[in-house]
Design a protein around this ligand. Sequence first.
Ligand code: SF4
Length: 68
Amino acid sequence: MQVHDGQCGLCGHFGEHHAKSNVLVTILSSKQADVAVLDECGHPKHASLHLKVTPISGCDGFTPAVAN
Ligand code: SF4
């Protein structure tokens, strides 16, 4: 599945509270993701809710992730 700018897979808050896994790095570099991937959103407004999102989810809190 293609991941576009503005979607969780390319957002710095996606899985932000754990070390960047190979899965997340691969999504960033390839802009492709398995739709079955689910990770926690670390955005301050969502973190306490433990919101789980897929790489193709998204919200207005999108912040571009840095590759490393
Ligand atoms: S829900 Fe919003 S803030 Fe959280 S990872 Fe997705 S785009 Fe980023």
